[in-house]
Structures are given as structure tokens and as C-alpha cells.
Design a protein around this ligand. Sequence first.
Ligand SMILES: Nc1ncnc2c1ncn2[C@@H]1O[C@H](COP(=O)(O)OP(=O)(O)OP(=O)(O)O)[C@@H](O)[C@H]1O
Ligand SMILES: [Mg+2]
Length: 260
Amino acid sequence: MSLLKLDKLIKDFGGLRAVDEVTFEVEAGDVFGLIGPNGAGKTTVFNLITGNYEPNGGDVIFDGTRINGLAPNKIVSLGVARTFQTIRLFKSLSALENVLSGAHCRMTSGSIAAMLKTPFQRREEKEALKLALTELDFVGLGDQAETRADGLSYGNQRLLEIARALATKPKLLILDEPAGGMNEQETDALIEIIARIKARGITVLLIEHDMSLVMQACEKLVVIEYGRKIAEGLPEEIKVNKKVIEAYLGTEDEEDETCF
Ligand SMILES: Nc1ncnc2c1ncn2[C@@H]1O[C@H](COP(=O)(O)OP(=O)(O)OP(=O)(O)O)[C@@H](O)[C@H]1O
Ligand SMILES: [Mg+2]
């Protein structure tokens, strides 16, 4: 059974249909890529999965449960974590504190327990700290725990967002342009991190314009253009798909650096 199923998903912004009956399924354990030209509707699809937007039609089924309409924090607690196209960290907090904010999503202690510092709350806090340090190490930022988020390089800030998302213990990790702003060396390190995330049994759904990452990291791809799915298949099939090539060649946006 698929871990995630999008069924005829629709999102309108006023008169603009940004997502137009998009349907696809992500199998558990896969690294799955969602690609398409600038403005195609990719981030909007992610926002529909994570509860940031409510669809105007269609369904999002995660792990057998219909999740559209649920609050983002509820969706996180079900096992969906994400990073953002535009980095959203607590800039003035340390790297460790940022990852702890992810770990805290899983804590059950209420505010009264937190105030009273019950043994249960102290134990949970200790576990959260251990988890946060483990995830920082996992992305290679173990020695930057005390560095303020805005003191990290851009590439490391992207890795910190991944560590924070992992600290929520997701089944599905959603990455919106994780290599955005990274140099070649950082991108290679990211590809290796994604492979290790997969090896942990976590399913990955990513948006990326860097085609070398997409081709190396993803097992399956869906391509959207103007909110509609235009192709779906293995990376080597997508690479030679006429519709896909036309969609990319047709874009005149200079920022779109996609090239196969
Ligand atoms: N909150 C919003 N309000 C109005 N229009 C929006 C909103 N969010 C996105 N759009 C529009 O929806 C369309 C799809 O945008 P989206 O950000 O999903 O594209 P994208 O595929 O992620 O593009 P990029 O590769 O540039 O990040 C665009 O035309 C965009 O201007
Ligand atoms: Mg986007």
C-alpha cells in the first residue's frame, strides 16, 4: 500500500487554479521527486499535504487516513515533516534549540508538568535533547550545536532544517528544494544524507530544480506544469519524455536553471 496518495487534488487562488486535479501515489520507502518549471504548483502541492492550505477539491490520504483539513501540527504528529523553500529557522536560537523545537512536537508533557518539572517531564526533556543531538550529528552539524542558526552557512541552514524535521520522527519527510543555494560539494553531501534517510526507512518526497540530484536521488518522478500532472515514471523515462522536455524548454524564466 502507498504511504501517501493524492487524489484529484485542486487548489485555487482566486481565478488561478494552481493545482489542477493532481493524482499520484508515493510508495513507502521511496525517494520520490516532484518536478516542474517555476510556478508549476509544486510548493502548493506540498502546502496541501502539510495542512498549510486546504484543498478546493480532492483528497490527501496519508498512511490510510484522509488528512486534508487537519491542522499542520496534527499532520506532523501523524508522521509528516517538512522543510521550506525559503528557510524558516529560529534565527537567533542555536542550532540545537532549533532541532529541539522539532523534538518537542513529540513530547506529551503538558505545561503544568513542564512548570512543576515532574520526573516524567525531566525524562522527556532528556530524551528530546538526546534525539536533537543525534539528528544534528546525522546531518553533520554535531560540532555546531551552540552556533546561532543565522551564523551557519546557507547550506548548513538547509541541513539544520532537515535535522529539525527528522527530530519529529517522521514517516514521510517532505523537502522543498533542499539543494537550493548549495554548491556542488554541499549538494553531493546532501545526496548522501538523503540516501541515509532512506536507509532509516523514512519515505522522502522532494521538490528540486537540480537535475543531477533528482536523477541520482529519486526512484520515481512526477512532473507538473501549470498545476497539472504531465508525466510520471522512472528518472530515465522522464529524462527523455517529450512533454517534459518541452515544458522545461518552454520556460523563459531565467531563474529556472533546470537542465537535464
Ligand atoms: N498564497 C498564494 N496566493 C496566490 N497565488 C499563489 C499563492 N501561492 C502560490 N501562488 C501561485 O500559484 C502558482 C504555483 O505556485 P507554487 O509556489 O506552488 O509554484 P512552484 O512550482 O513551487 O514554483 P517554484 O519552482 O518557483 O518554487 C503560481 O502562479 C503562484 O504565483
Ligand atoms: Mg516552489
